[in-house]
Design a protein around this ligand. Sequence first.
Ligand code: IPE
Ligand code: IPE
Ligand code: MG
Length: 247
Amino acid sequence: MAFFQKRAPLPKADLQHLPRHIAIIMDGNGRWAKKRGLPRTAGHAAGAETFRAIATYCKEIGLEYLTVYAFSTENWKRPAEEVSAIMGLLKKYLLEAIGQMEHDRVKMNFFGDLSVLSPELRQLCQRTQEISTHYDGCQVNICLNYGGRDELLRAAMAYARDCVEGRADPNHLTQDQFGTYLYSKGVPDPDLVIRPSGELRLSNFLLWQSAYAEFYFTDVLWPDFSKEELHRAIAAYQRRSRRFGGV
Ligand code: IPE
Ligand code: IPE
Ligand code: MG
């Protein structure tokens, strides 16, 4: 019966008043593949295509910042072949992105500890970042070997070093100053955090930055995530009343 039911009409997102910064936990690749009897790696390949399409669309509609969770500090627990397939897809994506960059003018940035990546992948990350430093299009931040707690510990250690070496005063630290120790330095906090795949958790994503983010959860698996779903998320965001503790 459900088969014949019409989906609710698409809520209209107001593209003239977009959130400045959307962050997405790109989850559900493995389940998408499993449903089709495919290996999990096929899900990651499909997820990479979705990322490409959504990033392009975000650029087209004039979004200022898009941050995506691609690989967490906890994802190393996965089987070695799955990890290496994900790294291979990232490499492929970045190589293609470099070819397109002049045209797209998307500014690429990475949040996470890149030091443990293969030298080749690390260099690709650095290159895409360098090439696009002065681009003025949408800024895409890829969270790679990223964990919110890891980010906060690194920031605390860097701040402690600055205190010991006389560059910072241990008795005075504002939230804005602390923010400069984070990977997200200079990037406004996300307004909207989207998590597909039906999971209702942050999984160590942008713990500091999402203090006042609006959340949008959907059962759609990341490889099936579409422009329409993005519109639904933005429309839901636009119906919210953000009070930031006020009235
Ligand atoms: C997200 O999809 C991709 C990464 C975490 C790298 P998953 O691989 O977590 O997919 P599910 O959650 O198992 O379906
Ligand atoms: C979060 O998804 C990390 C990424 C999407 C990159 P996970 O699949 O790793 O999260 P859990 O394990 O379900 O919390
Ligand atoms: Mg998952």
